[in-house]
Design a protein around this ligand. Structure first.
Ligand SMILES: Cc1ncc(C[n+]2csc(CCO)c2C)c(N)n1
Length: 227
């Protein structure tokens, strides 16, 4: 049996994704030591990131060439808007931040660069571009969640245990598996040149993920609008 495309991708992204686990922000989530101000920054930036990210799923549904793919994208859309953003709203409520305030967050330059890259690539190509664009986000968060869940204490006495639980959950494992299946199915009949192009999208988005962790760790903000 020939190698699955996602196995080939894994070899390329593994070093980048292992670096996430060494990142001070991610370590702070697993160890429960993360500064809550930094976490608030993640909540806000990630909320507006997810609003644009969910547009990718709608685009995937529109570009899908079969009903199965349309249905998977609809499930992923529901997963973001209902499950994932609810985690953000619940943590925000604990900090006294309303859903309206979350939604009004001014996106940072990295947030804009990351979502704009994915939306651009997805709009320019077919459904395979959308799948390649969303893959690293889905799969890498589950990879992080599952890794952190095995750290001592990560799921017990930890302010961030709901974070670790959600991203390591079976529901999120299933969403990531759906994405990987779509990627492998669409890669089956693609020539090497096209596979290289899709691989590049997954590596780029993996690099953006690292930059996003850096941005929330340093709380880098250069507002566009005068406050
Ligand atoms: C920067 C950033 N990257 C990835 C995710 C994770 N994520 C985005 S959508 C989705 C699946 C369904 O909700 C998952 C796991 C995030 N939250 N923020």
């Amino acid at each position: 049996m020939s190698e699955l495309f996602t196995d080939r991708l894994w070899k390329r992204v593994e070093p980048i994704w292992h670096a996430y686990l060494e990142h001070p922000f991610v370590k702070g989530l697993g160890e429960g030591t993360l500064d809550q101000e930094k976490f608030k920054h993640w909540l806000k930036q990630d909320y507006v990131y997810l609003i644009d990210y969910s547009r990718l799923f709608a685009l995937g549904s529109a570009k899908a060439e079969d009903l199965e793919t349309m249905t998977v994208f609809a499930k992923l859309l529901h997963g973001v808007l209902d499950l994932e953003m609810d985690l953000h709203r619940k943590y925000a409520a604990e900090f006294g931040i309303s859903a309206e305030e979350l939604e009004k967050t001014e996106p940072s330059a990295i947030t804009v660069a990351y979502t704009s890259y994915m939306l651009n690539v997805s709009q320019r190509g077919g459904v395979e571009n959308v799948i390649a664009s969303v893959l690293a986000c889905e799969w890498s968060y589950h990879f992080i969640g599952k890794s952190l869940a095995s750290w001592p204490g990560a799921l017990d006495d930890n302010f961030y245990s709901s974070w670790v639980k959600l991203y390591s959950s079976n529901e999120f494992a299933e969403l990531a598996a759906h994405c990987k299946r779509l990627m492998n199915k669409i890669a089956e009949d693609k020539p090497e040149q096209e596979l290289k192009r899709l691989e590049e999208i997954v590596i780029r988005t993996s690099q953006f993920e690292y930059m996003f962790w850096d941005m929330v760790e340093s709380r880098a903000e250069w507002p566009v609008n005068q406050k």
